[in-house]
Design a binder for this molecule. Structure first.
Ligand SMILES: Cc1cc2nc3c(=O)[nH]c(=O)nc-3n(C[C@H](O)[C@H](O)[C@H](O)COP(=O)(O)OP(=O)(O)OC[C@H]3O[C@@H](n4cnc5c(N)ncnc54)[C@H](O)[C@@H]3O)c2cc1C
Ligand code: FES
Ligand code: FES
Length: 479
């Protein structure tokens, strides 16, 4: 039944959007929502596609142990209905009043002290990214700060003063008004969730479902086979912003806890489809180091905070970074409907250009990544124009099992070389049983053109892709 309203906290004020009377549709972006009010115009639109970070805001979300977790997001890729039961913090919420004076947040003050702003267009977004880092109590090093700011572009200041400001303020943490108000925020958010756990909003010819359980989500999928599933919505929101795609019915599974599991299972690791890339990165550091290098160059911090492994797989993009990586790990995918669960190999899951084998009543529940044996080496690398915040031109994830010096088995999974992420089967066959040294690899490089006839497009020419793929192969024997 449609409840047609959402409730959340905007900075320190409880807000409600009633879709019966408001001018917004459920998939209006949070950026456009905020920009429609005079008192939240600090948030800026630079690109509307997740590339600049000028629209960064911070989400405060209830955790299991009754506290608030703060993380930065690009508000241009965030659907309004998805913020039900959350706190959203904008640059306007950072300062506080003290005896008729305005006191800036330590993060704002640090940016001033380090001369970290010139024209100021990017500054609110940069402050919000640093604020999220500050609230994570992580005492970051320089590399952490660089990673954290990977989604914020500044075209005039230069990054050194910004990085110095972030490093200094995050190593001198002080309690702020968010700490003082946290208990109250927790109480309000709990109350919102208690009164209305799920959302069904209908407005302007659009229906938006935000269920709380997997069962609810699967029932919606069963009765609405064409509903558009979203989780992080980083892929879907782009299509709305750039191509003006109008989505009639959306099933947002970002609140479904059953798809967020991360656990050891048998001789491997079960990763829920709704696990974000950032959460996976943290888990991988301790448990699956072989997937870490690819996660570190995936999009930006803001995007990794919401983008999911299930979303990456389901897009079935030829340049999706995780698909070759999962192929190299011989990962399996769990697909569920209301009455059935089945497992498929990643290769079987991808059936064509941006096509997968999901039935109309199914969702991806999770992915099982088997543990990597000691005699197996896994390496992955992506070629892109920029190191951070860039989609691959070509990528390679390789799994090599050795017997002494020789190749016992091998998987070479390439992205960007065909209409789907694909194994180089002929090159693999050539390498099978051979000693893995430079001489063999140089011969194997010549086989790559037997496996692939890549296309030329805006990202790279076919010749470039072939050279890049060969060089990625060569890189397997370095370091
Ligand atoms: C600026 C920018 C940079 C990016 N950089 C990278 C990059 O470096 N590498 C890369 O690989 N990708 C990148 N992407 C693409 C995108 O962020 C990823 O593919 C991301 O993992 C998608 O996850 P999501 O949860 O946001 O997907 P969504 O947009 O929510 O969903 C994507 C698709 O998956 C389907 N889907 C989602 N979850 C499920 C489920 N559980 N069951 C069934 N179907 C489901 C949806 O129906 C939709 O078709 C980038 C995107 C942007 C905007
Ligand atoms: S406006 Fe550029 S990332 Fe959102
Ligand atoms: S201060 Fe001008 S873009 Fe950053």
């Amino acid at each position: 039944m449609s409840n047609n309203r959402i409730k959340f906290i905007l900075n320190s004020t409880v807000k409600e959007v009633d879709f019966n009377t408001s001018n917004f549709r459920p998939s209006t972006t949070v950026l456009n929502y905020l920009r429609s009010f005079n008192d939240t115009k600090g948030v800026k639109e630079g690109c509307a596609e997740g590339d600049c970070g000028a629209c960064s805001i911070v989400i405060g979300e209830l955790t299991e142990n009754n506290s608030i977790r703060y993380y930065s997001v690009d508000s241009c890729l965030l659907f309004l209905a998805s913020i039900h039961g959350k706190q959203i913090i904008t640059i306007e919420g950072l300062e506080r009043k003290l005896e008729n004076r305005t006191v800036l947040h330590p993060v704002q003050q640090a940016l001033i002290d380090h001369f970290g702003s010139q024209c100021g267009f990017c500054t609110p977004g940069i402050v919000m990214s640093i604020f999220a880092l500050y609230k994570s109590n992580a005492y970051p090093n320089r590399n952490d700060v660089v990673q954290n700011l990977s989604g914020n572009l500044c075209r005039c200041t230069g990054y050194e003063p910004i990085l110095n400001a972030a490093l200094e303020v995050c190593s001198n943490l002080q309690p702020d008004h968010f700490d003082a108000n946290e208990k109250n925020v927790v109480k309000i958010l709990e109350e919102i969730k208690r009164k209305q756990a799920s959302v069904i909003a209908t407005a302007k010819s659009q229906v938006y479902h935000l269920p709380e359980t997997l069962q609810e989500a699967l029932e919606i999928k069963e009765s609405n086979p064409t509903v558009k599933v979203v989780n992080g919505a980083t892929d879907t929101a782009i299509r709305q912003n750039k191509f003006h795609e109008y989505i009639e019915e959306i099933l947002d599974i970002s609140n479904v806890s059953e798809v967020k599991l991360l656990s050891k299972q048998g001789n491997g690791f079960y990763i829920g489809a709704g696990v974000t890339i950032e959460a996976l990165k943290t888990f991988a550091k301790k448990n699956i180091p072989t997937i870490l290098p690819m996660l570190e160059v995936f999009a930006s911090h803001q995007i990794r905070n919401v983008a999911t492994i299930g979303g990456n797989l389901a897009t079935a993009s030829p340049i999706g970074d995780l698909i070759p990586l999962l192929m190299a790990h011989s990962a399996r995918v769990e697909l569920v409907s209301s009455n059935e669960s089945r497992w498929v190999e990643v290769q079987e899951f991808i059936t064509g250009y941006r096509k997968n084998c999901l039935k109309s009543n199914e969702l991806i529940k999770g992915i099982l990544i088997p543990k990597v044996d000691e005699n197996v080496t896994i390496k992955s690398e992506k070629v892109s124009t920029r190191h951070q915040l860039d989609i691959s031109t070509v990528s390679l994830s390789a799994r090599i099992e050795f017997e002494m010096e020789a190749v016992k088995s091998i998987i070479l999974a390439f992205g960007g070389m065909a209409e789907v992420p694909k194994r180089a089967l002929k090159t693999e066959a050539f390498l099978h049983g051979k000693t893995f040294n430079r001489e063999t690899i140089e011969k194997a490089m010549e086989k790559i053109s037997d496996d692939f006839t890549p296309i030329s497009d805006a990202r790279a020419s076919a010749e470039y892709r072939l050279v890049a793929a060969k060089n990625l192969l060569l890189k397997l024997i370095s370091g």
